[in-house]
Design a binder for this molecule. Structure first.
Ligand code: ZN
Length: 414
């Protein structure tokens, strides 16, 4: 810093302007909020692990349909050129010449057929499943927008209810031999950040998004979203990828839909079920370096095969046991999975950042005419889940789906 001290403020100002002109790539990172700059060289581990046909087909069908990938990835005969940091050379990924010659991709997780112990007494022995109860709940429910009440009824919070399901599910799955880890064990955040500690980040994010004069309320709301969504999911991903190392993650949610009138909320009509696998990245999302890198890691590590197989079995048992119809997305943010009316592909922070197969469960519309009375009964009981109640139904439908998934995996190995 000695040079700086000798300069007047005017000289410093000129210097900062000059540095902008001299170094056009100075701020060339294009990252999402709290996103990390990718280590593109780490893709070296995936050289020659996939054929050209398989790579293109996965992009077109699942990860980036509608040619969303074409602005950032160029496909040549024997390799793909992937945009890296702005102003830097593209990353060159060599294709495997054939399926038979493809190298196995590196991964820490195991496919069900690899994880499950053959001839074990209990059907899920060997499988390490992490359960991620969605949202934070507790005191954070209102901030997350996952907290509501109808009239004088009980307070309904998605984060609280799915944590009950997670504990119940853990017990049931362990009784079948699985190793089960909860990503969140209480209604409290995993991240050590707070909305207060993220205020500067929120303000600079708003400015980057073109809001040159953000109001204090806009900054507060953005800081809260950075806290309960971006920072919290990143902290969970850190825990999953560095400490838990599961073979599969189930993200547990309970859907709800907008009330017609929030000043006088009344139960709504729609009630449905859907499951999510990772996919449907848009061109705008892929323009972010960290998102593009995240998608490539998902694609190259081969999580899609397991996500599809597990989601298919879970969809069947969950649809059968809940009796719910399939939810349908209308917009381009989701891609339909062929032959699976209940399963959709979406790019969410959690199913992109968790480095293993991830399936999101979105059963029930909690504020619907059919479901709300059952939820209220749970909440008014002395202890959740109540026998024969909706949370137990949720748990059992998942347990049976995983059992079916395990027997399908065992059958495929024979
Ligand atoms: Zn949710």
């Amino acid at each position: 810093m000695p040079l700086m001290r000798k300069l007047s403020p005017r000289q410093l100002f000129r210097l900062s302007l000059l540095s902008l002109l001299w170094c056009p790539t100075l701020n060339a990172d294009n990252l999402t909020s709290l996103g990390q700059r990718p280590d593109w060289d780490s893709l070296d581990a995936y050289q020659q692990t996939i054929t050209r046909a398989a790579f293109v087909s996965q992009l077109d069908v699942l990860y980036a349909p509608g040619q969303a990938w074409q602005e950032t990835i160029t496909i040549e005969d024997q390799h793909a050129l992937i945009r890296t940091r702005e102003g830097e050379a593209p990353y060159r990924l060599e294709f495997a010449p054939s399926e038979a010659a493809a190298m196995p991709p590196p991964r820490r997780w195991r496919k069900p057929a690899e994880a499950l112990v053959p001839d074990a007494e209990l059907p899920l022995t060997g499988w390490h499943i992490a359960l991620d109860p969605g949202h934070i709940g507790g005191a954070y429910g209102p901030m997350e927008g996952r907290s509501w009440r109808i009239g004088a009824g009980p307070l309904v919070q998605e984060g609280d209810l799915v944590l009950v399901v997670a504990y119940d599910l853990k017990e049931e799955l362990e009784a079948l031999g699985a190793t089960v880890t909860l990503v969140r064990e209480q209604n409290a955040p995993i991240t050590t950040e707070t909305p207060e500690s993220l205020r500067d980040e929120a303000e600079s994010w708003l400015r980057r998004m073109g809001n040159t004069e953000p109001s204090p309320l806009q900054i507060q709301r953005t800081a809260e979203r950075l806290f309960y969504r971006s920072s919290e999911i990143r902290a969970r991903a850190e825990r999953v990828n560095k400490r838990i190392h599961p073979d599969l993650i189930l993200c547990l949610h309970l859907n709800a839909t907008d009330f017609a009138d929030y000043s006088n909320p009344e139960p709504v009509e729609p009630n449905h079920l859907h499951l999510l696998v990772n996919g449907a990245y848009s061109a705008q999302e892929l323009a972010y370096d960290d998102v593009r890198y995240g998608m490539l890691i998902k694609l190259l590590s081969g999580t899609a095969e397991v996500e599809a197989a597990v989601a298919s079995e879970l969809a069947e048992t969950m649809a059968e046991q809940t009796g719910l119809p399939a939810f349908s997305y209308g917009g381009p943010n989701a891609v339909a999975i062929a032959g699976e009316p209940y399963v959709w592909g979406r790019n969410l922070a959690a199913n992109r950042l968790y480095a293993c197969p991830v399936v999101f469960l979105e059963p029930y519309v909690a504020n619907s005419r059919a479901v709300y009375p059952r939820i209220a009964t749970e909440l008014e009981a002395e202890q959740m889940p109540i026998p024969g109640g909706i949370l137990e139904e949720y748990t059992h439908s998942v347990v049976d789906g995983l059992r079916a998934s395990a027997s399908q995996a065992r059958a495929s190995k024979e």
